[in-house]
Design a protein around this ligand. Sequence first.
Ligand code: TTP
Ligand code: MG
Ligand code: MG
Length: 351
Amino acid sequence: MTLIAHVDMDCFFCSCEERDDKTLANKPFAIGQAGTRGVISSANYLARTYGIHAAMPVFKAKTQCKELVIVEGNFRKYSIISRQIMQQLALLSPRFYQASIDEAYVDISHLFSRFNSLEEIGNHVKEVVRASSQISCSVGIASCALTAKIACASNKPAGVTVVTKQREFLSPLDISVMPGIGKQLAKNMRSKGIQSLGDLGRCAPIRIKEWFGERALYFWQIVRAEKETDIPRTKKPRSVSKEQTFLSDTKEVTVLLAEIRHLAKEVSARLGKKFFRTIAIKIKYGDFTTITREETVRYATNSQDALVTSACKLFYVHYDRKRFVRLVGVKAGNIDYEASLQTTLDIFMKR
Ligand code: TTP
Ligand code: MG
Ligand code: MG
């Protein structure tokens, strides 16, 4: 049997700030823009007792909790911490999927024999996160990825929730905890007397189809434990691109070409070992009209030189010198994973 852990950081942005500023501990605080026009992106658990939550306007939050401290977000910091955490979690299993900046799914089946219980595995995962970043997280464990996610969310902060009986676990929960049952669908369900996931599971499938459409049968099957979802597969990007807007519009060809060259090098760095077949450039003129031009090479390559040269050439040929440019961009497209793998194997075999 497959065992999946869903891991989600507790009030992630707030935890990052509190880690580096202990004076925030025991205060209700939230991340948001300093002015009154912004919205909250994360509220710590103390602030939540005042009803403060993500997406709430800062001014409203302030009226609801006078002593609420607003901390300006530092997104660079959060993404660095996220990367540290995800790198460590990814080491637990090759079957790993990062679902957002602060959450991931990990296949933990192979840990079963090394621990005495699933709770212990959950605590181990929490420890891995804490050791990597001193951030607290919650963990849900189930054989169904979706159920693991619901389990994780059901017991926060710092919870470990193990589900062995999917239907028994889900039945008492409100329908709104199911990812995919949005406000409108929940409203429709409630109008038919369905409040809990258990109510949903007890419905006749023909009614579900008739009332909420074919797609709602998916939730019905999950609730009845007739379906289990797997860890999502990592989407492989088809292209890598980078663009830059100039501080002021320019028609200096040397400046423009230097920027194209710079962008091409950055794209190449981000591609790493991936091979590509198409090189494209984008030019947005001062009046916002935009052109893109591309070239496809016969053999997949991952040469930085080829990317830089092609991008510069495309720009040189297609740029209308009479016009000011607002933005330029470079893209490597048609990423060829088979070619990338083949070449890696070739290098390996030659050793
Ligand atoms: P979440 O995991 O949804 O929330 P959270 O980590 O703050 O709190 P919880 O303990 O309930 O998991 O989102 C992760 C981060 O993403 C959150 O810290 C800030 C950011 N975020 C936004 O910027 N805007 C939003 O509306 C939400 C929901 C999150
Ligand atoms: Mg979170
Ligand atoms: Mg999250």
